[in-house]
Design a protein around this ligand. Structure first.
Ligand SMILES: [Zn+2]
Length: 305
């Protein structure tokens, strides 16, 4: 076993080989600069979901072929969960907070992974939520229902807050997902005193804007970053690396307002392909960073990493 001192570590780190040289260390997080922002993608682990969840109304033969191409045979598949962390001169900003410890044992790893990478969650100054589903929101509180980031201000789309707070929340959801409503309300209650309601077009910090992308949930938003050809943190508009791009018209049951979700998906794909903006996809294979190309009358995700 070779001995590593600080100098060797730094040299190895600079060469990007730390993960291979020292298997005991976690793999480095994927980071890059975009305009005024440092961008880091942090995994919250993954979800284990039934494969049937992907596109139940699609032609079965076509669906099976696509799942096989994505390596997703069998009754279940793993859906990655990628949280985006932005740094500016003044702020450390999280887009979504992962699942926390009450959703699935395979998820809720965000805080552990941030800590391993040397980030202090107490330094997070702002959190913007794309929507109120468990894998994006429930990491806001700990096991005592206390907010995990002591000094952060929170930003939630007004339409999303209103949906989860209203009677319509339970009406629109299948019975087995009634717990989603309880969880959303529990997390919203914890952040209530520190939340600012936002809508499409609002700027949170210079160069970071809210983009209305309804359908997956009633008030779902994406995040636009200025700089270069642009970058969009897409939340759950595009949730599968093949299906969402080749068949944006297929309707995953996770979309609350299915037809609106299809319209939003097509609109975002068209914009990403036209502008050549970068996309960060919450459920695309880590780090979920890439661009979108037109292909055969539909689209293709071209991962950058
Ligand atoms: Zn999600």
């Amino acid at each position: 076993m070779p001995k590593y001192d600080r100098r060797t570590l730094l040299a190895a780190s600079a060469a990007g080989v730390v993960a291979h040289a020292l298997p005991a260390l976690a793999a480095p997080l994927y980071s890059f600069r975009h305009g005024a922002f440092g961008v880091t993608v942090v995994s919250d682990g993954h979800l284990v979901l039934p494969t049937s969840f992907l596109a139940p109304d699609a032609p079965p033969a076509e669906r099976e072929a696509m799942l096989r191409a994505a390596g997703q045979t069998g009754g279940q598949y793993h859906s990655p969960t990628n949280v985006t962390l932005l740094s500016t001169a003044n702020d450390l900003i999280l887009i979504d907070m992962g699942s926390g410890d009450r959703f699935m044992p395979s998820a809720g790893k965000l805080w552990e992974n941030l800590k391993t990478a040397g980030f202090d969650k107490a330094k997070i100054s702002k959190v913007v939520f794309t929507h109120g589903h468990p894998d994006h929101l429930w990491g806001a509180v700990d096991e005592l229902d206390e907010v995990v980031t002591p000094d952060a201000a929170f930003y939630v789309a007004a339409a999303e807050w209103d949906f989860w707070s209203s009677e319509n929340a339970t009406r629109g959801l299948p019975a087995e997902r009634a717990g989603f409503v309880t969880g959303a309300r529990r997390n919203y209650a914890a952040i209530k005193g520190r939340v600012t309601m936002v809508k499409g077009g609002d700027e949170i910090v210079s160069g970071l804007r809210i983009l209305d992308t309804p359908g997956h949930t009633q008030g779902h938003v994406a995040i636009e970053l200025a700089g270069g050809d642009g970058l969009i943190v897409g939340g759950d508009v595009l949730t599968h690396q093949l299906i969402s791009f080749q068949h944006p018209e297929w309707r995953p049951p996770a979309d609350h307002v299915a037809d609106q979700a299809v319209t939003t998906r097509r609109k975002l794909l068209d914009r990403l392909a036209t502008d050549r903006s970068k996309l960060i996809g919450f459920h695309l294979p880590y780090p979920g960073v890439g661009t979108v190309e037109r292909k055969d009358g539909a689209y293709r995700f071209a991962p950058i990493a």
